[in-house]
Design a protein around this ligand. Structure first.
Ligand SMILES: Nc1ncnc2c1ncn2[C@@H]1O[C@H](COP(=O)(O)OP(=O)(O)OP(=O)(O)O)[C@@H](O)[C@H]1O
Ligand SMILES: [Mg+2]
Length: 381
């Protein structure tokens, strides 16, 4: 007896007792476990109970015919191989059964070589399918593992950039602290009040910077903690105007806020959106410090627009614009062109806030015309 075939169970469904007996002897002799059923109904019962891998069924039977048996078996377990026994003149039925994925046909009177060949082909297909299934599973596991490694290395690269950027900012602040302590020391050594006051002012400025930076970093590192409420989308713009209007006047900037007449509310964390708009508007104000001072009529606009599903906040300036090297990574890296006056953290934080609201942020910029930042937020997050 063949060990390989011993692992296979074949269910034989045929209404003719003679055929059942002959085939059972042939198949059992070849080493298969053989189950017998005299009609479709009992065949299906046995199939559900014993789960044979191969079924051989007569195509024409009283009651449930072979095609119905094939269909139901394929429904129950598509991996089962079903071989149809066809008689002379069953051509139409044979063609129909192809449609339901019959594995093969053997014609009556049954020749034992043809039977063996057909069963052998069914076994080959079962083992190939099993191998393919295993390969697919291995492949899936492999891809999942690779994806995990890629994510991990992306994360490490991001952490690397962040640390590099942060150390640059901290170095700037440390430089400022060193400078101020030098001036203070000079003031103490020479009992010079002017130096003491100047050194102390510088020291305070740097202490503020490091305090703000650590707060920003803490906020940035936190996972989403939005406190969203339905509010009038104009409110953040109104509050930013109240906060920054005087700074605009001091710097001779024509700051204009344009509100939307729509009274659709928006679901946002107001403090977070205020923070984002504050970053964009202060950047717009700063865009005039490097431009030729008095030749331009300095203009900054904050515009609120309501579309069907979204609210848009637009911040425009006619300042210095951004060089290509700056444009590239303003949302990912600590990029600043403001020396010790900037951290390069404003836009990174802004982007994070907008992402947390499932919104988007983009910009257009030109070194001649200025910049425009556009935030789009869904009305309902
Ligand atoms: N409206 C703008 N016009 C010109 N340059 C801009 C504008 N907005 C941003 N930038 C450029 O992008 C850089 C990054 O901006 P970001 O707000 O992230 O940092 P920052 O303003 O330098 O420092 P801070 O952390 O204090 O905000 C700025 O230094 C500036 O070069
Ligand atoms: Mg900024």
């Amino acid at each position: 007896m063949d060990d390989y075939q011993k692992n296979y169970t074949i269910l034989l469904v045929d209404d003719e007792a003679g055929i059942r007996n002959v085939l059972k002897i042939t198949l059992a002799h070849s080493g298969f476990n053989v189950l017998l059923a005299p009609d479709g109904d009992s065949g299906l019962q046995i199939f559900m109970k014993e789960k044979p891998q191969i079924v051989i069924t007569d195509i024409k039977m009283p009651g449930i015919n072979g095609i119905e048996v094939l269909k139901r078996i394929k429904d129950l377990n598509p991996e089962t191989e079903v071989i149809m026994i066809t008689g002379h003149g069953d051509m139409d039925l044979a063609v129909q059964s192809l449609q339901y994925e019959a594995a093969d046909f053997i014609t009556k009177p049954i020749d034992s070589d043809a039977l063996e060949l057909s069963v052998q082909k069914a076994m080959d297909r079962i083992s190939i399918n099993k191998k393919i299934k295993n390969y697919m599973k291995d492949l899936k596991d492999l891809i999942a593992e690779k994806d995990r490694k890629i994510d991990e290395s992306k994360r490490l690269v991001t952490i690397g950039h962040t640390i590099a950027g942060m150390s640059h900012v901290i170095k700037n602040i440390a430089g400022g602290l060193k400078g101020s302590s030098f001036i203070l020391e000079q003031g103490i050594a020479h009992e010079n009040r002017e130096y003491l006051v100047k050194g102390w002012e510088m020291m305070k400025g740097n202490i503020d910077k490091i305090t703000n930076l650590s707060l920003d970093l803490l906020n940035y590192a936190k996972t989403s903690r939005l406190n969203t409420k339905d509010i009038d989308p104009n409110i953040p713009a109104i509050e930013i105007n109240a906060l920054l209007a005087h700074r605009a006047i001091e710097n001779d900037i024509d700051f204009h806020v344009s509100l939307t007449p729509s009274d659709d509310p928006i679901s946002i964390d107001k403090d977070a959106i205020n923070n984002a708009l504050f970053n964009l508007v202060t950047n717009a104000f700063d865009s005039f410090t490097t431009a030729e001072p008095d030749s331009v009529n300095k203009k900054v606009s904050l515009i609120v627009k309501s579309e069907k599903e979204t609210i848009t906040y637009i911040v425009q300036d006619n300042g210095c614009g951004m060089r290509p090297s700056v444009r590239q990574a303003i949302f990912q890296n600590f990029i600043t062109t403001k020396g010790t006056n900037g951290t390069g953290f404003g836009l990174m934080t802004t982007k994070k806030i907008i992402d947390e609201h499932n919104g988007s942020i983009g910009f257009k910029t030109s070194e001649d015309l200025g910049s425009e930042f556009i935030i789009t937020l869904p009305k309902k997050t």
